[in-house]
Design a protein around this ligand. Structure first.
Ligand code: PEP
Ligand code: MG
Length: 880
């Protein structure tokens, strides 16, 4: 029979799937002999059963919880609900993957009108007892009963004001009693019943609430952003309370074993005396830096430093820990691998290898590939920054530079983003998990409250988003949507500001930014990844500049040069348009002749930038609608050029109009209907290659035919390409190594990959189109549908950014097997957007592709993900 509840001494760190990260680590710390308040964990399986059983806790699970509670009471020698020796517990969620602040916590559970009196008598501390009760009523009402916390905060703040209390700690026992009475009245008014007095009922309701919180909107949004499956469920940890709010010899704090911003090997954290955990992260009082604890209680500080080291060595990773001091005694409440900036992640990985704590391969597995994205983000242009005068200063909570329009509500930022606004800054008094989607679309986050471990700081760091937190120099009016800087200037929604997440400075207006520079740790670390990975990493680049940037990030070739992209600029698009609307071969050849030198020059630049690395150039694949002229002036100009009337040209444009352009005259179809197109393009490629190779630079062109679904299409275009290439080489009296291959982006190409594989020298998976066509879901219109599908839990992630292993992945696997079966030499890659997404890169490794290709800025991510895949794959394991 399944076991649904484990005492902390029954589990260990390997039981994360069952006990969640928090539960498993509490067990592990208990096993290590650290001072952990006792308790038990209700498993993630109990959560999945809760949902299977129609959102109800089955009798067998309820009985197991009751039995473990009894055991806990015996162990501790206190009793739940007994005023003479009351046991109080905290109830916290904890899923397999850490989801900071995403789910709910209830402290001081077990209090009621009698127990609070008992607690007061027992501790001779009435203030403490009522402080705990008011906190419990607020949390229980908010989390379990959905009475918003704000209603309680309003009463609390009013009593504070009436009594001239600046801090919560200034309130007396009498004040807190009054608050409790008012809270209970509010509860009665909202729920038409008294605040629940039976601690066992409180506990069961709290457990259910934590299970429910797994499916609240912010948890769902967080899971989607972090690829966490919805069926994992959360565990619930029930733990004896220890009290940081017992007076000035008590306190609570959070700390990291190394600096999570810089990676420096130094204990880093914050704490508050006479407080409970929520006070530190909520930013109500400004916490003190951990060093201050040395003065207040050096023994506790020393002990904590020792535990921090011990845990770091045990987990071989930087730890994020929570602690409480109860009347001078230290308790460890939580430990987990800490979130960190990309800079810190690399420094920590490199330092830990140098310290002998990790091998290179272990270090590679510790760095989240997605995080590298933020390393390559811009900083301010130094000259412009020097000239700028800060209008406020806050805490440098998450590094980077951001400039953008101010938005005061997450939903407004999300909406602006949907409307195409690229530069946004979210300004909030403090952020909460509800703001997650707004934070995700913002370039920067500014808060007026909260410390370095506040929600805004922790989440922004994890996202790699620039954040200035706790900026008391600005006053924010969220309701009326403006803020005032230290000089009294008002900023409204849509006004530009700039944030420096590395200094905490806030600036009026826009400051230009420049590309990121990389530390020596980056080079060292990426060097390790290159030693171990099997997959090659190429880039998608259409210009010599992008190609050079990609090479500097480690690209080993170009996997996709989209030739139609070379004609986006205003001075070039007219030639392309002319080519598209041409009615005769002669007109088309004339237009192509104009395009030829432009292409040849671009290809030369790209070949030079790539210095002998392979360059895959794709023949034109323009969705026609993107290029057809619309404006009268354009139509006039082209009609003149082609020497036809404007009216006739308009008719041609109407004729070219397609109902489904994505399924229309694209890719190889264009090359089949108008063979002069691949002819001219091949000429440009071969001439450029010969020109560059004559300069003594090696070139390796790979000519790629797009949108092939039938081997006959491939052969037709391949023959044109081959004949032209040979002809041009003969004309030039040159020899050249080159390949001809195809995109695999139509499901039929996967199904017939053996036939195509016999003819082609390489395949490159175009997973953008392959996903579009496998799902029958337009890549241009998917957004709205996906939103609805996420809401209704039909999809958990966006298959256009992450490979759908179960469907699209199967097509790819089939194409690999059929293609290689027919042609052992077949070279295989991917050039769809998925090529830079870590889980997709791992999939590509697993199905045996030779390379992935992605945008220049994602090259390091792909290198790291490829190394992680190789290390985890026993078949390709290379010891560092
Ligand atoms: C693809 O379809 O995945 C691809 C790379 O081509 P494009 O995005 O240009 O259609
Ligand atoms: Mg495509």
């Amino acid at each position: 029979m399944a076991k649904y509840v484990y005492m902390f001494y029954e589990g260990n760190a390997n039981m994360r799937e069952l006990l969640g990260g928090k539960g498993a680590n509490l067990c592990e710390m208990t096993g290590l002999g650290l001072p952990v308040p006792r308790g038990f964990t209700v498993t993630t399986e109990a959560c999945t059963r809760y949902y299977e059983d129609g959102e109800a806790i089955a009798d067998d699970i309820a009985a197991e919880i009751a039995a473990r509670l009894e055991l806990l009471e015996k162990e501790i020698g206190k009793k739940f609900g007994n005023p003479a020796e009351p046991l109080l517990v905290s109830v916290r969620s904890g899923s397999r993957a850490s989801m900071p602040g995403m789910m709910d916590t209830i402290l001081n559970l077990g209090l009621n009108d009698e127990v609070v009196e008992g607690l007061s008598a027992l501790t001779s501390n009435e203030r403490f007892a009522y402080d705990s009760y008011r906190r419990f009523i607020t949390m229980f009402s908010d989390v379990v009963m959905e009475i918003p916390k704000a209603s309680f905060d309003k009463i609390f703040d009013a009593v504070k004001e009436e009594n001239g209390a600046v801090y919560d700690t200034d309130l007396t026992a009498e004040n807190l009693k009054e608050i409790v009475a008012k809270f209970k009245a509010l509860y009665r008014e909202r729920k038409s019943e008294d605040f629940p007095q039976d601690p066992r009922a409180q506990l069961m309701e709290a457990v259910k609430a934590v299970f429910r919180s797994w499916n609240n909107t912010r948890a769902i949004a967080y899971r989607r952003l972090n690829d966490i499956p919805g069926d994992w469920g959360t565990a619930v940890n029930v733990q004896e309370m220890v009290y940081g709010n017992m007076g000035n010899d008590s306190g609570t704090g959070v700390a990291f074993s190394r600096d999570p911003s810089t990676g420096e090997n130094k204990l880093y954290g914050e704490f508050l005396m006479n407080a409970q955990g929520e006070d530190v992260v909520a930013g109500i009082r400004t916490p003190l830096p951990l060093d201050e604890l040395k003065k207040i209680n050096p023994t506790v500080h020393g002990e904590f430093s020792k535990y921090s080291k011990k845990l770091e060595e045990h987990y071989k990773d930087m730890q994020d820990m929570e602690f409480t001091i109860e009347r001078g005694k230290l308790f460890m409440l939580q430990t987990r691998n800490g979130k960190r900036t990309a800079h810190a992640a690399l420094k920590i990985a490199v330092d830990m290898v140098r310290e002998g704590m990790l091998t290179e391969n272990e270090a590679i597995l510790k760095v989240d590939a997605k995080l590298l994205d933020s390393l390559l983000h811009p900083t301010f242009e130094p000259g412009a920054l020097k000239a700028a005068v800060p209008v406020a200063k806050g805490l440098p909570a998450s590094p980077g530079a951001a400039t953008g329009k101010v938005y005061f509500e997450a939903k407004d930022a999300v909406e602006a983003h949907k409307q195409g606004e690229k530069f946004l800054i979210l300004v909030r008094a403090e952020t909460s998990p509800e703001d997650i989607e707004g934070m995700n679309v913002a370039q920067g986050i500014l808060t007026s409250r909260g410390g370095m471990t506040s929600h805004a700081a922790v989440v922004a760091r994890g996202m790699g988003t620039c954040c200035v937190a706790g900026c008391g120099e600005v006053s924010i009016n969220e309701a009326e949507k403006f803020f005032i800087d230290k000089n009294g200037k008002k900023y409204f929604e849509g006004d530009y500001i700039s944030l420096d997440g590395s200094t905490g400075n806030v600036y009026d207006g826009q400051i230009p930014t420049i590309d990121a520079t990389l530390s020596g740790d980056f080079g060292t670390f990426m060097g390790w990844t290159d030693k171990v990975r099997r997959l090659r990493v190429r880039t998608n680049a259409d210009t010599p500049h992008d190609a050079a940037v990609a090479v500097s990030y480690g690209a080993e070739g170009i996997g996709l040069c989209r030739t139609e992209h070379m004609f986006f600029e205003a001075d070039r698009i007219s030639a392309m348009r002319e080519m598209i609307v041409s009615e005769t071969e002669e007109q088309r050849r004339r237009a192509l002749e104009k395009m030829l030198p432009m292409q040849r020059k671009d290809f030369e630049g790209i070949f030079e930038a790539m210095e002998g690395r392979p360059v895959t150039i794709r023949l034109l694949d323009p969705p026609l609608h993107e290029f057809l002229p619309q404006a009268d002036a354009d139509i006039e100009a082209i009609s003149k050029e082609l020497n036809i009337s404007g009216e006739k040209l308009r008719m041609t444009i109407r004729d070219l109009h397609e109902i489904n352009p994505m399924l229309g005259n694209r890719g190889c179809r264009l090359a089949i209907i108008f063979p002069e197109i691949p002819e001219v393009q091949t000429r440009a490629i071969i001439e450029a290659a010969v020109n560059v190779s004559r300069k003594g630079i090696k070139v390796l062109p790979e000519i790629m035919i797009p949108l092939v679904g039938d081997v006959k299409e491939y052969k037709f275009v391949r023959n044109t390409v081959k004949q032209t290439a040979e002809k041009v080489l003969k004309e030039l009296g040159a020899e050249l190594e080159y390949l001809i291959g195809t995109m695999v982006e139509i499901p039929r190409a996967c199904l017939t990959a053996d036939e195509i594989g016999k003819e082609a020298e390489f395949f490159s998976f175009g997973t953008n189109d392959l996903t579009q066509m496998a799902y029958g879901l337009s890549r241009d219109d998917a957004g709205k549908i996906l939103d609805a599908y996420f809401d209704k839990k039909i999809y958990e992630y966006d298959p256009t950014s992450r490979i759908d292993v179960g469907g699209v992945g199967k097509l790819m696997e089939m194409a690999v097997k059929l293609g290689r079966g027919a042609n052992k030499e077949l070279h295989l890659g991917i050039c769809g957007e998925h090529g830079g997404e870590p889980s997709s890169v791992i999939f590509c490794h697993n199905i045996g592709l030779d390379y992935v290709s992605c945008s220049p800025f994602r090259v390091p991510i792909a290198r790291l993900a490829a190394a992680q895949a190789a290390i985890r794959d026993p078949g390709h394991h290379i010891e560092a």
